[in-house]
Design a protein. Structure first.
Lengths: 229, 218
């Protein structure tokens, strides 16, 4: 009876594939946060000043803030549908460690919501007249930082998924956790412009990423168990 | 609030006790749903949980699955505390709740690939066979939001045919089914019990299964 039981690795792959498939079939969920990112980033030059000199000084911050807001907008989709249709219960009742199942969902979420933003960031950076020396720092800091935002946001969503009306509560939970990422990310870009070695700040972001990969899914899993209770 | 103990046939048929619950107590919003609830589920039995609306049937099933831990008492799986062998228990368990676990944008095939794939390696051929058996021929590739509630229920019931789990916990599985679906599901329950599996089911429907035991709540 247990001979053909799946390994955790194949359950992980199945969950990842399923979430990517759902994202592919619900294109709105992917496109909306991405469009939101583009809109917020393009509003700054209109609202502040089209002066290239001034834009250059705020470009890194604008990009990071837009990314953070887009990430928060996209988070809501992470567990809600699964909670409502009962798939989440099935996930909790699988014989595999919930840590890996949550991680698979987080990775799928990042691939469809975080990665497009990272890939589009050089284009927006060009529009915001980011100095040429900072492109690499910006790109790498977003590449390391956006998965952290997904992983941390997942905890907040997992905690609130059972609540009927959530409103701002998700933002209140996730923002304080996300601010250190925002600081490290913008610092990485600013300080490279001032001549500091890029590696130091990226190391901080990489450390955040490693810590959140190893710990955040545990917290999300525990939060899901509470929410489903 | 009382269980009907039925342990006297066990010795004769030599069937092991799968699930034992002792002195279960559950309180919700200052209302006691059940207390001193005792029952056991032997291999090859179907245990029907009965009770009026709001008497805690769903809560009891969720407690037994480990989805709800707001209870006191002792639950054992083959004589050992359930917390100590969660993995064993989960790989022998198939739970279908009120919310059937069918994603609306995916097709029945994709849903089952994941739903069954969490527990065991399964081929597309097996899934298609199960879907056809449940009368979903021609709907394998339709997105589930185009299916009726009864058809979605059938998609999740297809897991009963694919997954070799020993213990089925089914929460109101008959509600959206038509009469042929009801007959088919009863048949499945019967076959499962004959093969030595057990079923815990809530329903207001009168079950015509030979190995039936009844647990009344509230």
């Amino acid at each position: 009876m247990t001979t053909n039981r799946t390994t955790t690795a194949s359950a992980f792959r199945a969950t990842l594939k399923r979430d990517l498939l759902i994202a592919y079939k619900r294109k709105n969920d992917i496109v909306n946060p991405f469009m939101f990112f583009l809109i917020v980033a393009t509003l700054f030059p209109i609202g502040i000043s089209p002066d290239p000199e001034r834009l250059a000084t705020i470009a890194a911050g604008v990009l990071w803030i837009s990314t953070l807001l887009a990430a928060m907008l996209s988070m809501d989709n992470l567990y809600r549908a699964d909670f409502e249709d009962g798939s989440l219960e099935q996930l909790l009742l699988s014989p595999h460690p919930l840590y890996f199942m949550v991680l698979a969902k987080n990775i799928a979420h990042w691939l469809v919501s975080g990665l497009p933003v990272v890939l589009a960031s050089p284009l927006i950076a060009y529009m915001l007249n980011l100095p040429a020396d900072a492109y690499l720092a910006l790109f790498l800091s977003l590449l390391l930082g956006t998965p952290v935002l997904s992983l941390l946001g997942s905890i907040g969503v997992a905690l609130t998924v059972g609540l009927g009306s959530r409103g701002l509560i998700l933002a209140v939970i996730t923002l304080p956790m996300s601010v250190p990422v925002l600081i490290a990310g913008t610092m990485a870009v600013q300080q490279t412009l001032n001549g500091a070695p890029l590696l130091a700040y990226l190391a901080v972001l990489a450390a955040m990423l490693l810590a959140s990969i190893s710990l955040a899914p545990l917290a999300s899993a525990a939060a899901l168990r509470i929410s489903i209770n | 609030m009382s269980a009907i103990p039925n342990g006297n046939s066990d010795a004769a048929s030599n069937k092991a006790t799968m699930l034992t619950a002792t002195d279960l107590f559950c309180e919700r919003d200052d209302r006691i749903l059940f207390r001193y609830l005792n029952f056991e589920l032997t291999e090859g039995k179907v245990l029907q949980v009965q009770g009026s609306n709001g008497s805690g049937k769903t809560t009891l099933l969720r407690i037994l699955c480990g989805l709800n831990d707001g209870y006191e008492g002792d639950i054992r799986w083959y004589g050992e505390a359930i917390e100590e062998q969660v993995e064993n228990f989960f790989s022998s368990l198939l739970y279908i709740g009120h919310r059937v676990g069918v994603n609306k944008v995916l097709t029945p095939l994709e849903n089952l690939r994941w739903g069954c794939g969490l527990q065991q390696a399964v081929s597309d051929a097996e899934i298609l066979e199960a879907l056809v058996a449940l009368g979903l021929r021609g709907f394998e590739e339709s997105q589930c939001f185009t299916l009726s509630a009864g058809q979605q229920q059938r998609v999740s019931l297809a897991r009963l045919l694919i997954n070799p789990a020993k213990l089925w916990i089914l929460d109101e599985p008959f509600t959206t089914l038509d009469s042929s679906g009801v007959a088919q599901l009863e048949n499945l329950l019967r076959q499962h019990a004959d093969a030595g599996g057990s079923v815990l089911v809530t329903t207001h429907h009168k079950l015509t299964v030979a190995e039936l035991e009844i647990l009344s709540l509230g």
